[in-house]
Design a protein around this ligand. Sequence first.
Ligand SMILES: [Zn+2]
Ligand SMILES: [Zn+2]
Length: 306
Amino acid sequence: MEITFFGTSAGLPTKERNTQAIALNLEPYSNNIWLFDVGEATQHQILHHSIKLGKVDHIFITHMHGDHIFGLPGLLSSRSFQGGEGLPLTVVGPKGIKEFVETTLRLSESRLNYPITYIEIENHLSYQHNGFNVEAHLLNHGITSFGYRVEAPSTQGKIDVQALKSIGLEPGPKYQEVKNNETFEYNGKIYDSSQFKGDEKQGPVAAIFGDTMPCNNELLIARNANVMVHESTYIEGDKNLANNYHHSHIDDVFDLIKEANVEYSLITHISNRYTQEEVESISELLKTKSDTPPFKFVKDFDTWSF
Ligand SMILES: [Zn+2]
Ligand SMILES: [Zn+2]
């Protein structure tokens, strides 16, 4: 799978960074793309990329702050003309997301040519789609904010041809039965299929956070994730300042990475007080410390495969 950032700024856009938007390309498990947050001008950013809006079948909103949702009505309208006609869309988010979209569309007399299903989360979401499992948990951001844990489908273990040959079963259509069933019958005997297959492999896990200061639920979302996307509005200086505004400081994020055993972290939602040059030099400095976990401060259009 692949994560692409269309906006990496906090609060306001800058000349270098747009407000928040992340695309999760589900290949090879699905041809669809899921968006997480749609800051203002997300659709303009997408025009500079090969992603087609028609492929987006789910939009997950972390919270209702403008830097995460002000691009939504425009993007939904454009989807009608960019391959989305007749293709259903599911919008998942906090209570109020449906009213926000429907009110802006109604007042602007915009009509969509595809259906939208809304899922409004109260406290927790457990959602399954095409083998994917999505969990959402509440964060601590002053306003209702969620983090999403996305687990890709697990893949079956490979057929052990040698083991099957040893019971006299040569490659053929029967192998499909071994692959798909818990037991199979051969020459009047019932066999346990798992004895003839490798272990099932859990698909990759992504943890994608909305704005938050540190809280216990973060661990539920991030535990053992292959990749984590997390805000760090403050990448240096006083930690209390970040937490006073219900945001995270880079030290909070590093603590979480270690505690949750996250493999790699992409850090976004960076305050507009920092120029790109400053972000890079702070990054260099952090990476000289031996206890700094693997991470990257992302910028717009950065991608990460996992
Ligand atoms: Zn924000
Ligand atoms: Zn926010």
